[in-house]
Write a protein that binds this ligand. Structure first.
Ligand code: NAD
Length: 275
């Protein structure tokens, strides 16, 4: 964003353009898809406020991505941690972008749940993104910023996967919350879209691979579930997020985009869950 400001040069007041930094809050930025999004946005010239609950991983990523990656330790299931990230962003530039990315793998079928487990998963996977959207639009409208929000959902938000009861429901909910944001804040120049990855090679995915199997072999087998015959890479999600946040996507809002190697074009045949 370019703002005019006045300076005194040789006693004469002249007007010079001042480059104001554009800032993005990216949640879950320390690793995986969030890390790739952060690297891509930094390459776009954006300063990234990296909200993540893992201080050690944040430190490692900050060392790799440099000064434009600003670590903020916090938990997306805590409202005030989002407020803190927004404060940091506004202290460094114009808070123009917000990426709700943080998530956890949360397997389990309905009969395996308790009230406490459902609440715990929902707090991170659903409330985390909803808190982020609420705070983003509050700050953007207060500042009069024409901002852009991306929420990382999942193909599990539109298609049921075996024994992912809470995860799938939360990922569906955040798609709808993002549509709601797009509708309500379009008149204020704010856009909001959801990105639905398929299987992407990240630390989260490693935790879901069969124990005892070589990682490459496990990823190869996982990749075979996709018509493209491979898993995706975090950078392939980050490219889309960068585009959706940018003014190049100026008429795109309230939409959902899969990054899944065509996986959701067909229905998978899984064996029944074991009771
Ligand atoms: P990851 O586990 O590799 O990285 C997630 C990051 O989020 C970590 O840095 C972690 O510390 C952080 N985080 C987790 N819970 C947090 C919390 N409560 N508060 C703050 N930070 C938190 O995961 P990923 O695979 O990169 O996933 C990123 C997003 O993409 C998630 O929302 C996930 O559900 C979604 N997704 C991933 C895949 C996949 O195949 N990897 C597929 C579809 C959707």
């Amino acid at each position: 964003m370019i703002d005019e400001f006045n300076v005194l040069a040789g006693g004469e007041e002249i007007s010079r353009p001042q480059q104001q930094l554009e800032a993005a809050v990216v949640t879950g930025a320390a690793m995986g898809i969030g890390r790739a999004i952060s690297a891509r946005l930094i390459a776009d010239g954006i300063i990234v406020i990296a909200l993540d609950r893992d201080p050690a991983a944040l430190e490692l990523t900050a060392a790799e991505l440099g000064d434009s990656f600003v670590p903020v330790v916090g938990d997306v299931s805590v409202w005030s941690d989002h407020e803190h990230a927004a404060d940091v962003a506004e202290g460094l530039g114009v808070l123009k972008y917000w990426v709700n990315n943080a998530g956890i793998d949360f397997p389990g079928a309905a009969h395996e749940m308790t009230a406490e487990r459902i609440e715990r998963g929902t707090r991170v996977l659903q409330f985390g993104a909803m808190f982020g959207c609420s705070i983003a639009v509050s700050r953007m409208t207060e500042a009069g910023t024409r901002g852009s929000i991306v929420t990382i959902s999942s193909i599990q938000g539109t298609h049921a996967f075996p024994a992912y009861y809470v995860y799938g429901a939360a990922k569906a909910a955040v798609i709808q919350a993002t549509r709601s944001i797009a509708l309500d804040y379009a008149p204020y120049g704010i856009r909001a879209n959801s990105v639905l990855p398929g299987c992407i090679e990240t630390p989260m995915t490693y935790t879901t691979l069969p124990v005892g199997m070589d990682r490459d072999e496990a990823l190869r087998r996982e990749g075979e579930l996709s018509p493209m015959g491979r898993v995706g890479q975090p950078g392939e999600v980050a490219e889309l997020v960068s585009f959706l946040l940018s003014d190049k996507a100026s008429y795109i809002s309230g939409a959902e985009f899969t990054v899944d190697g065509a996986s959701t074009t067909r229905a998978f045949q899984y064996p029944p869950i074991e009771l």
